[in-house]
Design a protein around this ligand. Structure first.
Ligand SMILES: Nc1ncnc2c1ncn2[C@@H]1O[C@H](COP(=O)(O)OP(=O)(O)O)[C@@H](O)[C@H]1O
Ligand SMILES: [Mg+2]
Length: 311
C-alpha cells in the first residue's frame, strides 16, 4: 500500500529575470515499510524534492503536481494542517546538522519542544522520554547531554540528535537528507549502523549522493539526473545490473570501483538538452537520444529506465 504518492511533481524557481525548472514531472511512490533512496550528483534536485514533500520550499518556488499522503494532497492542505503533518506524519532529518539545530537552545529543550507539540508527554514524563531517546541513539551520558548546546557535540553526535528528533513523534515517514555527508569514515559507519537499526519497521525516504549509504540503507533506489528520474528498482539489482548509462557511470565513479568519473558536467538548471538529458555525457548516445526525450519505461521486475536502448 502506498503511503506517499508523488504525481507529476514539477518545481521551478523564480530568480532575477528567469524561471528555472529544477524538478520535471517526478512520479514515484513510497510504500509503507519501504526504504527508498534517491541518489544522484549534487544539484540534481534531491533536496528540493524532500523539501517539496515537507512543503518547506522558499517563497520563490512554483510547485505543480500532487503529493498524496493520508488522503490529502500536501500541496493543497492548509498550512495549519501541514504543521500537524510535519514531525508527526513526516519527519525530516535535514541536510546540515549544524544549521538545523538551534544554536542557543539546549538539546533537551529542542527535543522536548517537538515531543510536546505532537505527543501527550508532559513534565517528568517528557524529560524521561527525551533522555530515553538520546540513550537509544547512543548519546553518552544522556542526563547531562540534555543540558548541552549543539556546539558541544561532534558532527556524528549532532547527527544522532537529529535522528532522535525525527524519531521523537514516531512519524509514518522519515526523510533523511544526506545523513552521512561530512562525517569521517569511522563515524559514518557508526551512523549507518544506527540508522539501519532505527529504521527497522519504519518507512524511509533517503536522499544521498553517497552510493554506499544508499546500498546499506535502501531496499529500492531511484537515480535522479538534472531534475528527473532516470532509473529505479530494487537496490540490489540497480547496483548489480545498472541499466541506464548514467547509473553505470555513477557506479564506476565510486572509489571502490576504481574512481572513473563520468566525463563532463550535469547541465545547469534551465539549460537541459531537448533530447535525453544525459546524452551529451553518454558514451552510447544514438541519433534519437539527441532529438527525442525518453520516457521512464517499465522493464520488468519492478524496474524502470529512461533510455532508448531499452525500447
Ligand atoms: N531557492 C532556490 N532558488 C533558486 N534555485 C534553487 C533554490 N534552491 C535550490 N535551487 C537549485 O535547484 C537545484 C537542485 O538543488 P538541490 O535539490 O539542493 O540539489 P541536490 O540534489 O544536491 O540536493 C540546484 O541547481 C540549485 O541551485
Ligand atoms: Mg541536497
Amino acid at each position: 500500500m502506498s503511503l506517499l504518492t508523488i504525481n507529476n511533481l514539477s518545481v521551478q524557481f523564480e530568480t532575477a529575470g528567469a524561471t528555472v525548472p529544477v524538478l520535471d514531472r517526478i512520479d514515484f511512490e513510497v510504500a509503507a515499510g519501504d526504504h527508498i533512496a534517491l541518489i544522484g550528483e549534487s544539484g540534481c534536485g534531491k533536496t528540493v524534492l524532500g523539501m517539496s514533500v515537507m512543503r518547506l520550499l522558499p517563497p520563490n518556488a512554483r510547485i505543480t503536481g500532487a503529493i498524496r499522503y493520508a488522503g490529502s494532497d500536501l500541496l493543497q492542505v492548509a498550512e495549519r494542517e501541514m504543521q500537524q503533518i510535519r514531525g508527526r506524519g513526516i519527519a525530516l532529518i535535514s541536510q546540515n546538522s549544524v544549521s538545523s539545530l538551534n544554536p542557543v537552545v539546549r538539546i533537551g529543550d529542542q527535543i522536548a519542544e517537538s515531543l510536546s507539540l505532537h505527543t501527550q508527554y508532559r513534565g517528568d514524563d517528557l524529560r524521561h522520554e527525551v533522555i530515553r531517546l538520546l540513550a537509544e541513539l547512543g548519546i553518552e551520558q544522556p542526563e547531562e547531554s540534555v543540558q548541552k548546546f549543539p556546539h558541544q557535540f561532534s558532527g556524528g553526535m549532532r547527527e544522532r540528535i537529529l535522528v532522535a528528533m525525527a524519531l521523537a513523534c514516531n512519524p509514518d515517514i522519515i526523510i533523511a537528507d544526506e545523513p552521512t555527508t561530512g562525517l569521517d569514515a569511522l563515524v559514518k559507519v557508526q551512523i549507518l549502523r544506527l540508522l539501519k537499526k532505527a529504521m527497522q519497521g519504519r518507512t524511509l525516504l533517503l536522499i544521498t549522493h553517497d552510493l554506499g549509504t544508499a546500498f546499506t540503507l535502501a531496499s529500492r533506489t531511484a537515480v535522479m539526473y538534472a531534475g528527473e528520474i532516470l532509473e529505479c528498482g530494487p537496490t540490489s539489482e540497480v547496483f548489480s545490473h545498472p541499466r541506464h548509462p548514467y547509473t553505470q557511470g555513477l557506479l564506476a565513479s565510486s572509489p571502490s570501483a576504481g574512481f572513473h568519473p563520468i566525463p563532463g558536467l550535469s547541465p545547469a538548471p534551465g539549460q537541459v538538452p531537448s533530447g535525453c538529458r544525459f546524452c551529451p555525457r553518454c558514451s552510447c548516445a544514438m541519433d534519437t537520444c539527441r532529438s527525442l526525450h525518453p520516457h521512464l519505461k517499465e522493464t520488468g521486475r519492478g524496474r524502470r529506465v529512461r533510455c532508448f536502448r531499452y525500447d
